[in-house]
Design a protein around this ligand. Structure first.
Ligand code: S3P
Length: 175
């Protein structure tokens, strides 16, 4: 059995790194509630993330994101998946470090590119870009964000990882 500190678990990483899929399974295994920060924002706003980007722009989305994160991090018994940009804006990372245990799901650039090419999720930051523009954008954004992601408490090399393997890593980290 995995005994975790009395803190929420935050999964962070680039778009397409599997935070939601793995987070759901991790939460079920740990008997915790799963929250996806983007879905939480959508429920509070009663509109989708693409709509928020379209209607109010990215800076407004980032403010909603920070407010929602602050709220959610007050609860201890959660597994939380956060959007790829969340740890890189404002003082979100400081707050995550203070209140949670954080795991960076580290996926290689080629693998991310592959997953995002075939993903059906609408992602405002990638919208309207050709495949080659996407490739450059993803490489640049990943390079800019890695210094934030790497400050997570645990870095999990996640190319091809399964939820069971993540759980083992979480258990390992306790020792
Ligand atoms: C974003 C990632 C998205 C979502 C928004 C912005 C980003 O979440 O929060 O579109 O800045 O990387 P996922 O990482 O779950 O795709």
């Amino acid at each position: 059995m995995v005994i975790l500190p009395d803190k929420p678990i935050v999964l962070l990483g680039f778009m397409g790194s599997g935070k939601t899929t793995l987070g759901k399974k991790l939460a079920a295994s740990l008997d915790r509630t799963f929250i996806d920060l983007d879905r939480f924002i959508e429920a509070e706003e009663n509109r989708t993330i693409p709509e928020i980007f379209r209607q109010d722009g990215e800076p407004a989305f980032r403010r909603l994101e920070s407010d929602a994160l602050k709220k959610i991090l007050e609860e201890k018994d959660l597994v939380i998946a956060i959007g790829g940009g969340a740890p890189c804006s404002g003082d979100n990372l400081g707050l995550i470090k203070e209140k949670a245990i954080s795991f960076y799901l580290k996926v290689s650039e080629p693998e991310l590119l592959h997953r995002l090419t075939f993903s059906t999720t609408e992602r405002p930051l990638l919208k309207g870009k050709s495949e080659s523009e996407k490739q450059i954008f993803i490489a640049d954004l990943l390079a800019a964000r890695e210094s934030y992601y790497k400050q997570a408490d645990v870095i999990i090399e996640s190319d091809g990882i399964t939820p069971e393997m993540i759980l083992l890593k979480v258990a390992d980290w306790q020792k």
